[in-house]
Design a protein around this ligand. Structure first.
Ligand code: PEP
Ligand code: CO
Length: 456
């Protein structure tokens, strides 16, 4: 760690700053005991893996790789089971093969997985029938059940979160390193899913192209001589919201002597907690993991500059990612000045697009939803703006699931408002289902590489 970063930082120094969105635990002794237990448990990820992610992100900065960051809005303890995790990984890997082929670049895969258990909320309370009860704040804090008792924060849930993250990560590692995620397997899934879309010659053309590329690698012996093709890397990430938990997971890396938050490879600070003088920025400035910052439409330019200076004083490429979530229309006037200013100041920033959080609304049936077409539009605009500004569109940050939920409207299968009740499962934000997600990858492929399907 460089001198600048060491200044007065400790893993607990955030405690003297104002920390937004923290639960008030009714039992402070239980909280202390739990945190002590967590701080003695093994790291979930190795510092070396987080450093590799930083190097991969530096490649994104140079335009040599894309980021696909995807997963749950909020992981539920109930959904911590094999088939559910398989389905999610399957979708992420399919999307990644499609984007790799289209972009002819490496895809850096980062899950919102194995720790995305705490949520910031816009209101402290919510109305259920006639009752006003505390808001659900993620499974690490309270339960989504709609009763006042269930919503009391229980610190022991943090320990349960640690173990659920461990179980999830164990399966993720087995799945990604054990051969199940081999390239031809991921392609076979895409081939199967293309059949579920109403005939689209562009998608079919893409899938045929990928098949040919794999056959070619086979023919010249690359596949057999390269066991790496049977393995993929999927990094983990979550919002570093619950600072007590993140502090308990923060350790010194014995190889480098640097501090790492070992709860995930990448941590991000949410739009609601990224105040430059706040506790979240203070905490994250001292750990060496790659860090993300969400930027919503109410951003103040000076704040963003201060955040960049604090989080990355040495301007290390790959250390800082900014995840814009501005909305399909607002992006047109809010992103260009931000890109210009940060470029003028010389900040090294990986820019990625979260097309979900600026496009959420409540429909006439009081359901929180998002339109597929708005999500796509924000991505298209993001790419166009980067091209016009001469900056790098680094990738996307999505909320999705491998299951057949009905939470976002639109897509080829034309999910409508009236269909949402059929399988609306989320306790938090609406997610793309597996088909909508794979379809978005096909679209993204044609945005990244418009020549790919030209003439089809
Ligand atoms: C989220 O990523 O689920 C989230 C709450 O995002 P934001 O901080 O951008 O609102
Ligand atoms: Co969300």
């Amino acid at each position: 760690m460089t001198k600048k970063k060491q200044d007065k930082w400790t893993k607990a120094s955030w405690r003297s700053f104002s920390a937004k969105q923290q639960p008030v635990w009714p039992d402070s002794n239980a909280c202390e005991e739990t945190l002590k237990k967590i701080s003695q448990l093994p790291a979930l990820v190795f510092a070396g893996e987080s450093r590799s992610l930083g190097q991969d992100l530096a490649e994104v900065l140079e335009g040599r790789a894309f980021v696909l960051q995807a997963g749950e809005c909020s992981e539920d303890y109930d959904r911590c089971h094999g088939p559910y995790i398989h389905n999610l990984l399957k979708v992420i890997l399919q999307m990644s093969v499609i984007i790799t082929y289209a972009g002819e670049k490496k895809v850096v895969k980062i899950g919102r997985i194995a720790g995305q258990y705490a949520k910031p909320r816009s209101s402290d309370t919510e109305k259920v029938g006639k009752l006003i009860i505390p808001s659900y704040r993620g499974d690490m804090v309270n339960s989504p059940d709609p009763s006042p008792e269930a919503r009391v924060p229980d610190p022991r849930r943090m320990l349960e979160g640690y173990f659920r993250a461990t179980a999830t990560l164990n399966l993720v590692r087995a799945f990604t390193k054990g051969g199940y995620a081999a390239l031809d397997q991921a392609h076979a899934w895409s081939e199967a899913s293309v059949k579920s879309f109403p005939a689209n010659p562009k998608y079919e053309e893409l899938v045929r192209g990928i098949k040919k590329a794999i056959a070619f690698m086979d023919a010249i012996g690359i596949k057999n001589s390269n066991p790496d093709l049977n393995q993929v890397s999927l990094y983990t990430s979550h919002e570093a919201l619950l600072l007590e938990y993140e502090e308990a997971m923060t350790r010194i890396d014995t190889t480098t002597g640097d501090w790492y938050d070992t709860s995930a490879n990448m941590l991000w600070i949410g739009d609601r907690t990224r105040h430059p003088e706040g506790a979240h920025v203070e905490f994250m400035r001292g750990v060496c993991n790659p860090v993300g910052v969400k930027i919503g439409p109410s951003y103040v330019m000076d704040d963003i500059k201060k955040i960049a200076e604090k989080l990355n004083p040495d301007n290390i490429p790959g250390r800082l990612t900014m995840i814009t979530r501005l909305g399909a229309e607002k992006i047109n006037f809010l992103l260009p000045p931000l890109l210009r200013e940060m470029k003028k100041e010389g900040f090294n920033i990986v820019w990625i697009c979260d097309p979900m959080h600026g496009n959420t609304y409540i429909n006439r049936h009081s359901q929180k939803t998002r339109k597929y077409k708005d999500i796509l539009k924000e991505i298209i605009n993001f790419w166009k703006i980067h091209q016009a500004e001469g900056t790098i569109a680094g990738g996307v940050h999505l909320e999705l699931t491998g299951d057949n939920v009905t939470e976002c409207t639109g897509g080829s299968l034309r999910v409508q408002d009236k269909d949402l009740r059929l399988n609306y499962q989320t306790n938090c934000d609406p997610r793309l289902n597996a088909e909508q997600a794979v379809e978005l990858a096909f679209k993204l492929a044609t945005i990244i590489n418009p020549y790919l399907t030209r003439g089809v």
